[in-house]
Every structure is written in structure tokens, then in C-alpha cells.
Design a protein around this ligand. Structure first.
Ligand code: SAM
Length: 284
């Protein structure tokens, strides 16, 4: 009997993926988690009915969430990843030799455990790196209480449903601002502008009240169905987003020009060139 798994994120738009083999399908302490094989996207994990990661295209999202802020900043030593339980963003952050410490705050330890088991190639040993510190906690609680300061905060969260909803609030962003080191940068997973316009407009609206620079950049991950994805951008250092391609190239070379499959200095700069309908959302 064929099994199809339906994505239920949007009210009027559904996508189904054929599950050739189901590897895990159960409720964790926080969310419904399914992992299955699909002939087009490889191995796929969904949380509460939403695609989170697939082995065929995870490189796009993870490279763009890590390398754009880190190369724009140029001197990142401490990073906080909120969410990110699959380890993909963590893997990419650790490729930067100047990074000294990465804290990953994930609410659901089952996600980490199951991704280490079923997607070892995504974390690629990152959870065992000496620079990695894993904290199992709600990101809002961690952010409100931490005395640490981070050069980059990367919110690799689910969508604003279930446990992820609190990560899209002004209170959380205010605490992110407090936890950023001077000149630091906040990047957020901020959905598909074509289908989740209000989410991006609201997040960047909060950033505009808290930071000197509030914007977004975009990249298309095929398994995030319906549009290119927006990454919210917030910093008090206006120059980060303006960093010229030559400088990004120099920083990339200095970091060892490690191989990437999506991010490159030209894509980095171009990602901030937003279509008008997205500019309208971030400049509202
Ligand atoms: N790349 C994916 C995307 O763009 O939707 C996100 C992947 S990652 C698996 C999302 C992670 O956020 C999940 O592991 C989930 O458990 C975690 N998460 C959700 N709400 C959280 C919260 N309040 N605090 C910390 N982690 C949270």
C-alpha cells in the first residue's frame, strides 16, 4: 500500500511526498516527527507536517544560513544557533576556522538523536566538535537568561507553529538583541514571502524597531515548496550587508575557500537583491 505524506503548513495549498520507506513516525515531547525515504528528495524529515530537511537539497539552506552572516561579519568567533536540531547549520558554521565556539539551543532532543541516527551526513560529526556546546532548552528561555554574547545568532527554527511560534515574537527578538555582541548579526528562518508574507513583514518590522539595519535575503530550497525562502537580517552594523563581493571573496579565500554547492561570493551579494514584492514587505 503506497503511503503519501502531506505537508499541512498552508491553509489552501498542500503538497504530498511519496514515502517509499518510513524510518520513524511518532510524537516526540514537542512535535510529530516523521522520517522517510523519497525518490526525488532522498531522506526527508518533517515536523508537525512541515518539511524540515531533505538530503538532496539541505546544502542550499544550511550554506546560506551560515555563510552569508559569517562572511558578511568577517570576524565571527562565537555563534548561537537556535533550533537547528538536524545539525546542518552547525556543520557549516564550524567550517569557518575563526569560529571558536558554537552553542546550539534545541528544544527537542529527539530531533538531535534521530537526525544523528538517520541523517549522519547532515551533521557530519558537528555535534562532536570540541567547539560545539548543545543546550536542550526553549530558545526563548535560553535567550532571556544567557549572559553570553554572540557575534552571530542564527535562528534555524520551525515555522511559527507549535514550539516554534515563540521564536517569532518581539520579546524574543529583543532578547536576541541583548545577547548579540557589539556589531553582531541576527539571521532568522523567515518563511516563504509569497505564501507567508505577514511572517516576514512582522519579523523585519520588529527588527526595524530594535536595530539600525533590518532587511532580508533569499535563496530557493526546492523542498520548501511555494517560493524562495527569506532569511530575516538584523544588525546595528550597516556595513555588514553592504560588504562588496571582492571583500567576501578575500574573506572566503582567507577561510580556506572550503568547497560549497550553493553559496559563493557572487550568490552572497545577489541574495540581498530582493524582488519588489519582497522589498515591499521588508521596507513597509
Ligand atoms: N531548516 C528548517 C526550516 O527552515 O524550517 C528548520 C530545521 S530545524 C530541524 C528546526 C528546529 O527548531 C527543530 O529541531 C525544532 O525542534 C526546533 N525548535 C522549534 N521551536 C523551538 C524553540 N522554541 N526553541 C528551540 N528550538 C526550537
Amino acid at each position: 500500500m503506497e503511503r503519501w505524506v502531506e505537508e499541512t503548513l498552508h491553509d489552501g495549498f498542500r503538497v504530498r511526498l511519496k514515502a517509499d520507506k518510513v524510518l520513524f513516525d511518532s510524537q516526540t515531547d514537542h512535535q510529530q516527527l516523521i522520517i522517510f525515504e523519497n525518490e526525488d528528495f532522498g531522506r526527508v524529515m518533517m515536523l508537525d507536517g512541515v518539511v524540515q530537511v531533505s538530503t538532496k537539497d539541505e546544502f542550499v539552506y544550511h550554506e546560506m544560513m551560515a555563510h552569508v552572516p559569517l562572511f558578511a561579519h568577517g570576524k565571527v568567533k562565537t555563534v548561537l544557533v537556535v533550533g537547528g536540531g538536524d545539525g546542518g547549520v552547525l556543520r557549516e558554521v564550524l567550517r569557518h576556522p575563526e569560529v571558536e565556539r558554537v552553542t546550539l539551543c534545541e528544544i527537542d532532543c529527539s530531533v538531535i538523536d534521530l537526525c544523528r541516527e538517520h541523517f549522519p551526513e547532515i551533521s557530519g560529526g558537528a555535534f562532536d566538535d570540541a567547539r560545539t556546546e548543545v543546550v536542550i532548552a526553549d530558545g526563548t528561555k535560553f535567550m532571556a537568561e544567557t549572559d553570553d554574547r554572540f557575534d552571530a545568532i542564527l535562528v534555524d527554527s520551525t515555522d511559527p507553529i507549535g514550539p516554534g511560534a515563540v521564536l517569532f515574537t518581539k520579546a524574543f527578538y529583543t532578547d536576541c538583541k541583548r545577547a548579540l555582541a557589539p556589531g553582531g548579526v541576527l539571521v532568522t528562518q523567515n518563511g516563504l514571502p509569497f505564501l507567508q508574507a505577514g511572517e516576514l513583514r512582522d519579523s523585519v518590522g520588529c527588527f526595524r524597531e530594535l536595530f539600525n539595519d533590518a532587511y532580508a535575503y533569499m535563496a530557493t530550497t526546492p523542498s520548501y515548496f511555494g517560493d524562495a525562502m527569506a532569511y530575516g537580517w538584523a544588525s546595528d552594523n550597516l556595513s555588514l550587508r553592504q560588504c562588496a563581493v571582492g571583500e567576501i571573496e578575500w574573506r572566503y579565500a582567507s577561510a580556506g575557500a572550503f568547497p560549497t554547492r550553493y553559496w559563493n561570493p557572487q550568490v552572497h551579494v545577489a541574495a540581498f537583491a530582493l524582488p519588489n514584492y519582497v522589498q515591499d514587505l521588508v521596507e513597509a
